[in-house]
Design a protein around this ligand. Structure first.
Ligand SMILES: [Fe+2]
Length: 353
């Protein structure tokens, strides 16, 4: 857009002289009154307004210019520079420069050149800010979109992972049930062991995470029985020493299975060490006391208690009243005494009869 100056002056001759001074920089139009200036500013765009306010109303010209051409800058011709200072005090920052005497009007060219230069810089700055804010807006939109896509993908992955985990868990539990189902006398044993172990774990104030591991560990503690021959596993009479030797490999077989499956790693101690004894004479590692992992100690007690209260081929279920004295006798040699105390004193047996 070509920039122009508007000269507001009651004298056409004086206005022409001012126009001539400005001509190398900018072409100008002339109007003689405030009314005409208002109309002209309405219809045409101006970069600079030069007004003689010795006779014309400076307040009105400033107001008209600011409301109709807010980007234009104003140069006011006053009778003397003092009047300019007074005007500046009452209209701070609204007029670019004041010119106070006829002689100084010849400075108009330099003043307008400076004003146009500043105006150009200001316009470039505004354009840059507009461009930056546009780019920022685009970036923010892109970022938001990316964020939504990432969240959506994360949710999908999480759901897929959870389904996979649930399926793996179901497969493992099914596997354990299948092993258990081979022997009708132990059917339901793992599930009941998990119930007793969880009741004890809650009384021992285990964390939610440990309780979850305990439940899974109790359910799958005998997974290594897959490696025990049916003739031994299903034998309807007490095992001889050779058979016991075979039977005693199941915690290690289970442990070896667990090393191949990430899901089983947290429950390895329950699988490997549920036949350790408090006095250190258990198997397979002969661990003693607190060296036996706590979750394995809990599974050990829950496992043994379920064996006591369940019919087996070579023994009938013990009456409930006989279990507590046996557990007390084995607290120390076989079981963690504190866990036996909790098991009996908190009424877990009565609750889960
Ligand atoms: Fe076992």
């Amino acid at each position: 857009m070509v920039s122009r100056a508007l000269i507001i002056h009651p004298s056409e001759t004086a206005a022409r002289e001012l126009g001539d001074v400005l001509l190398p920089l900018i072409e100008s139009d002339w109007v003689a009154s405030e009314d005409a200036a208002g109309r002209q500013l309405e219809h045409a765009d101006y970069s600079v307004v030069v007004a003689d306010t010795k006779v014309l109303d400076g307040d009105r010209i400033v107001a008209e210019t600011l409301s109709k051409r807010p980007d234009a800058f104003l140069v006011l011709l006053m009778s003397e520079l003092e009047a300019g200072r007074a005007f500046e005090e009452s209209h701070p920052g609204k007029v670019f420069r004041f010119i106070g005497s006829v002689g100084e009007r010849w400075h108009l060219s330099g003043i307008v050149a400076e004003g146009l230069k500043l105006q150009k810089l200001e316009q470039e700055q505004k354009a840059l800010i507009r461009k930056l804010s546009l780019e920022t807006g685009k970036l923010q939109k892109r970022e938001k979109l990316l964020d939504t896509v990432v969240k959506e993908r994360t949710r999908e992955l999480q759901t897929a992972y959870e389904s996979l985990q649930a399926a793996s868990r179901q497969a493992l539990l099914g596997f354990a049930e299948a092993i258990e189902a081979k022997d009708p006398y132990t059917k339901g044993h793992c599930g009941r062991t998990a119930v007793f172990a969880m009741a004890l774990g809650q009384e021992a104030r285990l964390s939610d995470q440990d309780l979850e591991t305990l439940e899974f560990g109790a359910f799958l503690h005998d997974i290594g029985k897959i490696g025990v021959k049916d003739a031994v596993l299903l034998k309807p009479s007490p095992l001889d020493e050779a058979e016991w030797t075979q039977m005693r490999v199941h915690p290690v077989v289970g442990y070896q299975i667990a090393t191949q499956l990430d899901m089983l790693k947290p429950i390895m101690p329950c699988i490997r060490n549920h036949h350790e004894r408090w006095d250190g004479t258990g198997y397979p590692d002969k661990l003693a006391k607190e060296n036996i992992p706590l979750l394995a100690r809990i599974v050990c007690l829950a496992d043994a208690y379920d064996a006591m209260v369940t019919d087996r081929p070579y023994k009938a279920a013990l009456p409930f009243a006989e279990c507590a004295p046996i557990l007390r006798r084995q607290a120390g040699p076989q079981f963690d005494p504190d866990l036996v105390d909790l098991f009996i004193s908190r009424g877990i047996m009565e609750r889960l009869k």
